[in-house]
Design a protein around this ligand. Structure first.
Ligand SMILES: [Zn+2]
Length: 295
């Protein structure tokens, strides 16, 4: 019984991360703002900027992919009670319009954190371009700024708190950006093969090149001819690893790795393989994986 309870609490802590401790089922009972964020990195930004004035729910749960996840009715109910809905934008939340409609919450402030960010081409998020903007810390800074502005709009009384928190957090993100740049500068190989085109913003930021992807959009498996081409590319760039992702089956990555004499390593754009990850944990963990192959 005790063990069941522990498991339940652990699950709760993953899905509902109350930034100032405790799991509160009621959104406004203690005066905190209820913030629903689509993916874990955005939930972390909201926690950092909102601190003890917000309660944050992550909609796409650990292990699920935002490209394929479908919201549950209880999540729609939560959004119906929320003050803020924090979205990545660029088509990542293909369900956003339907959600806003079913939640029918006239007080909901919807934050598209991609505003002002230069979007790269790609089909992974639909026709709008490549949605994986958060994997470049410089974009993360813009996204955290949008969350700050929305919190101020929802709760102007505490504007100074949100500004101070955002300023501190943005300084930390700038330091992280420098840390990654210093690490990548030591790598001898600059080309990599990814599972899906999640790392193009990261690659552009740090002077790397995505030489190939296994699935251009998640769920679209490569043909035998595609596979041969990826193997050729892997050999040409001397890839020591083929990157898979924990949200998807590594089967194809394994086949390509075997054919090209590489190993399979995992990159995780959402950090769901880590226990309650921060954005910093997520980025450092991925950089460490890439370093194993590219250094
Ligand atoms: Zn993706």
């Amino acid at each position: 019984m005790k063990r069941m309870m522990m498991v339940w609490l652990w699950l709760m802590s993953v899905v509902v991360s109350a930034c100032a401790g405790g799991v509160e089922p009621s959104p406004t009972a203690d005066g905190r703002l209820l913030v629903a964020a689509s993916i874990a990195p955005l939930a972390d930004f909201a926690c950092q900027v909102g601190d003890d004035r917000v309660q944050v729910i992550t909609l796409v749960p650990p292990g699920a992919s935002p490209h394929t996840y479908e919201l549950t009715p209880s999540q729609v109910e939560q959004v119906a009670m929320a003050h803020l809905l924090v979205l990545n934008g660029v088509g990542l939340e293909y369900w956003a319009d339907k959600l806003a409609q079913s939640a029918d919450n006239p007080n909901l402030i919807v934050v598209d954190t991609s505003q002002g960010i230069e979007v790269l081409a790609g089909t992974a998020g639909g026709p709008g371009g490549n949605p994986h903007i958060w994997l470049d810390p410089e974009n993360a800074i813009v996204q955290a700024g949008h969350i700050r502005d929305a919190l101020i709009l929802a709760d102007p009384t505490h504007a100074d708190d949100y500004r101070a928190n955002a300023e501190r957090y943005i300084a930390e993100l700038q330091a992280l950006d420098q840390e990654i740049a210093n690490e990548v500068a030591t790598w001898s190989n600059r080309q990599f093969i990814a599972f899906h085109p999640a790392w193009v913003y990261f690659a552009r930021r740090y002077g790397l090149l995505q030489a190939a992807v296994i699935e251009e959009s998640p769920g679209r498996e490569p043909s035998p001819a595609d596979m041969m081409q990826i193997v050729d590319t892997a050999k040409r760039i001397g890839a020591k690893a083929i990157f898979a992702e924990p949200q998807f089956s590594p089967k194809t990555a394994r086949t390509i790795a075997e054919e090209s004499g590489a190993q399979v390593l995992f990159l995780d754009p959402l950090g769901s393989s880590l226990d309650d990850p921060s954005y910093f944990d997520l980025m450092r963990c991925n950089v460490a994986q890439m370093a194993k192959s590219l250094r």
